[in-house]
Design a binder for this molecule. Sequence first.
Ligand code: CO8
Length: 263
Amino acid sequence: SAPYECILTEVRGEGQRKTALIRLNRPKQLNALSDQLFDELGHALLGFDADEGIGCIVLTGSERAFAAGADIPTLAQYDYMRAIRENMITRNWEHILRVRKPVIAAVAGFALGGGCELAMMCDFIIAADTAKFGQPEIKLAVTPGAGGTQRLPRAIGKSKAMDLLLTARMMDAAEAERAGLVSRVVPAEQLLDEALSAAEAINAMSAPVAVLMKELVNRAFEGPLSDTVAVERRTFHSLFGTPDQKEGMAAFLEKRAPQFRHG
Ligand code: CO8
């Protein structure tokens, strides 16, 4: 990860398809999300997405913070015209939405503002019991700017989303799990192992199916149900043209583990 200053990257795992681990790394600022960080993150994410040897990406922060939001000293310098001219902060945060492989957020400590929004742009969130989620932008007299008012109500419902967005209170890991924001909560010292083993489980599956699965679930939030279900049915049908489907079903019938060729 030599070319990066705000993130650390490494590759983990032993199998044919490995896991890319990306750590946000601005410890003095609790991983506040600067433009440079998003440039580096986008570059790393799209690089791993294009790498045939990578099956899954895990995005994490530090013990203390996944990310405490956009970089406030930078935000403080903007006025309206400059924000429009430079597409403030948000010019480069959507790279993560172009990643086709599964991206798992492993969240310990603070995930606030843009940090919570970034976690919600991942495919699912595994939380340490130390995790704290919130959208405290209202305390700075702004709204969220990277999907917080849209993805949070979809994830946890209107009432709890309004409560968090309007009062700026933080939600702990247990509440986040009850609300459906996170898929699992584990003791902090197990967070990385849990996320990496979830990634390993996915890496063992047929890779193109994982990509299509992600596309289908994301479609659930985009279009009318009759359309999205039709796309799901056609995707299901099309997979019967793949060797991996033949192998997966043959392995079940022969009571053995499947050997996928990822095609
Ligand atoms: N930006 C820059 N620096 C930060 C940020 C931040 N968001 N958060 C914390 N830091 C810095 C602090 O300034 C402090 O630095 P220093 O030691 O130099 O004073 C250091 O991190 C440690 O922080 P604290 O001393 O405050 O630590 P505490 O444990 O007392 O408190 C908190 C931790 C509660 C997380 C507190 O730091 C806090 O409230 N931070 C701000 C959280 C916030 O308001 N986030 C929302 C920012 S706005 C936003 O994200 C808009 C998103 C727009 C789209 C972005 C695209 C994704």
